[in-house]
Design a protein around this ligand. Sequence first.
Ligand SMILES: CC(=O)SCCNC(=O)CCNC(=O)[C@H](O)C(C)(C)COP(=O)(O)OP(=O)(O)OC[C@H]1O[C@@H](n2cnc3c(N)ncnc32)[C@H](O)[C@@H]1OP(=O)(O)O
Ligand SMILES: CC(=O)C(=O)O
Length: 530
Amino acid sequence: MSRVEIFDSTLRDGAQAEGISFSVEDKLKVVKAMDEMGIEYIEAGNPGSNPKDLEFFKEVKQIQLNHSKLTAFGSTRRRNIKVTDDANVQSLLEADTQGVAIFGKSWDFHVTDIIQTTLDENLNMIKETVAFFKEKGKEVFFDAEHFFDGFKSNKEYALASLKAAKEGGADCLVLCDTNGGTMPLEVYEMTKEVAKVLPEIKVGIHAHNDSGMAVANSIMAVEAGARHVQGTYIGFGERCGNANLSTIIANLQLKKGYDCIPEEYMEHLTSTAMLIAEIANITLSEKEPFVGRSAFTHKGGMHIDGVNKASHSFEHINPEIVGNARRFLMSEVAGRSTIMKKIHKIAPEITKESDEAKQIVDRLKELEHEGYQFEGAESTFELIIRKQLGKYKSFFELENFKIIGEQPAKDSIFSSYAMVKVNVDGTEELTAAEGDGPVHALDSALRKALEVFYPSLQEVHLTDYKVRVLDSKSATAAKVRVLITSSDGKDIWSTVGVSSDIIEASLIALIDSIEVKLLRDLENKIKAYI
Ligand SMILES: CC(=O)SCCNC(=O)CCNC(=O)[C@H](O)C(C)(C)COP(=O)(O)OP(=O)(O)OC[C@H]1O[C@@H](n2cnc3c(N)ncnc32)[C@H](O)[C@@H]1OP(=O)(O)O
Ligand SMILES: CC(=O)C(=O)O
């Protein structure tokens, strides 16, 4: 199996994405996650950029890495100064990492118009900076910024920038599609030419996603001979993002037979994507190939029927290989086989013709008539089946609650408080909490009271809250459907509630969300015991 090195820049190019800001603690968590995933290189920051990155590079030394090598990122020396006088170069040394990624200009226009120096001086800047770090014993990646645009503008000069890095002793020449505008076949042809002109040095690819081509471009570069791929684990980065490494790793390893990460870690691909999203405080796109929640989710009745008969009829790989799971959605386009599949997970003995099956279907129809919709809220659906079959005992009773919304003075901020009393096996707990709004306050108070009995609820938080008005003609008397998505960092689940009162609808969904978490914990305990 041919090896392709994976180089993750979540902490550097990822941190250049709009809305992303990592604390030192966050960065340390990402480093651990990448190491546990078997990622070969972690570009962990830009020490010349900010004191936080420098502090991080000190802290990270405490972590024992088993797979990954750390690299720091920075530019070549500035024009017309000595390498040793360049502050950025000094910060890179101070970061004290095994590797450094040095970016330099490959596009003649950028040299003359952006960094405003001569073409020769830029080549000197590249060669001298690379040579400096080689002398210091570093593994040096030369990131040829704007390589593909440069190649189109002035091929000789773009290649000369690579040669300058090679003469400086670079270990890898990384061709960057910095503006993300290059098309896959162009990447293939230009990479092929580099591999031909400079056969004795490793070539890499760093693609941005401005044309939606970053993954395709990375794969095409590998097809053309690149053996080092840079990107960010779930694709966020400057502007439209970077090449998504979770997609690339899965494609290269499962479809193309390359060796990117240890085989046994492939099943952690999805949970690591969720963890990175969690740390970055973003919602992982449900549509993300391989690792998204919808990646193996089937809605059309015929698709569900097909997957039940043979999973590969509508799935390109088995979801378990990447640690994801198959889901069937309940909807107006789902057939009876979908419902039976759900019932069978809980009660395999029940037949399509049995009274129990009929009662469940009737109950579902009733609930749908009330405004429930289970598409995307399978957890509530599962609880309904369990309750209907008498296979469910609630983990707690909500005895009462009170919500206060107040604006004590005309211009003061509106605030909400909630008080709840819960009962767990005869023991009562009364708690209050504050929130940004009534539902937030209620959620906080409910979990605070229950955490006394079930500490694992501390891991749970709401990742999405949607309200849909069902009959807008009835104005404020209209029913609303509330869909809540929750996560504990390992798993994501959705629950639904319907009422003409938005608080009640939210409460129904919140209670189900907590019940689902406690049910899963119990199931996991039983599995571990068996
Ligand atoms: C393609 C990429 O992603 S490259 C990395 C981009 N990332 C970032 O910019 C985030 C981190 N950057 C920073 O924190 C800041 O830009 C710093 C601290 C590094 C530098 O800040 P400043 O000194 O204020 O410079 P500024 O941010 O305006 O950058 C422009 C300077 O960088 C120089 N520069 C840009 N690219 C290069 C390069 N490849 N080689 C050498 N110098 C370069 C420009 O010539 C310009 O210098 P000048 O003002 O003397 O003409
Ligand atoms: C190096 C880099 O981030 C780029 O050229 O896009």
